[in-house]
Design a protein around this ligand. Sequence first.
Ligand SMILES: Nc1ncnc2c1ncn2[C@@H]1O[C@H](COP(=O)(O)OP(=O)(O)OP(=O)(O)O)[C@@H](O)[C@H]1O
Length: 308
Amino acid sequence: MTHAEIALKADRLTKRFGQLTAVNQLSLSIERGAIYGFLGPNGCGKSTAIRLLTGLLIADEGEVTVLGQPLAGHEEALKSRIGYMTQKFSLFENLTVLENLRFVAAIYSVKGVQAKKRIDELLQLYGLSERQQQLAGTMSGGQKQRLALACATIHHPELLFLDEPTSAVDPENRRDFWERLFDLSAAGTTILVSTHYMDEAERCHGLAILEHGIKRADGAPRELMQSMSANVVEISGDSLRQVKQRLSALPDVISAAQVGNHLRVLVSKSVDDAIGLLTPFSDNYDLALVRPSLEDVFVSCTGGRHVG
Ligand SMILES: Nc1ncnc2c1ncn2[C@@H]1O[C@H](COP(=O)(O)OP(=O)(O)OP(=O)(O)O)[C@@H](O)[C@H]1O
């Protein structure tokens, strides 16, 4: 069996800002060509972790290996092999589409005929050929996002970092964007993407759930769902708000949240019979054990602290 090539590795990476530890002993390993996600709420350290992994920020502790080379001391050399799309659109709004692409090409020393060829290719690939002369600032969210991706990949990076790339686009454009990410992944590009959307995280090959800078779980979304430390019980009936209050007070209930006409209750796996535990507090209701979702995994990893 051949070992998969590791494109990005971090070992106990730590970054402090004064009293705050924004990234705390983060270790991870991402195979070449994989799409790996950072899932977590605002402020959990996703952007800081990405900055550490790109070499834009220096870690207080820990090591990063990028494309087989230690990052420390090789930041400049590795720059040409890495692409980075920041949280806000990394575009000049008062430049045209073409000017934005030419500018980024120049930064990455893609020159002359090669630059023209690459820009034409990207304009075509991302459906922007008709808009080359349009000011970037006047385009829709989805178009801006496609241009930002074109800019981030102009130099054919082997490793691409995307920090919450779809926070400003609608579901249809998000879907289209992810299809493009899978095209890049199929061509061998390794992608690290941060998100706070569950559906987006579920598309990743691998995933780290972050909270307060700490990695709470790591694995393929399906594995995480299978190995979750809680059972999920769905309760249906009337007056669910009162039931929710009663159940939330039980020590073995990690969380209870209403989803439409159901209450979704996470019960610690240390309880053998989750339905038996809940039944006395939810008389005349229908209770059923259901399959966990990624959101359930997230809630169980973070102790239900991020849901109302
Ligand atoms: N340069 C800095 N100086 C001080 N504190 C910082 C700095 N950068 C980030 N932080 C703090 O570190 C924590 C993690 O921030 P970070 O931006 O990495 O989180 P995030 O998960 O990317 O959140 P968001 O999705 O809101 O950007 C936050 O509490 C933030 O205020």
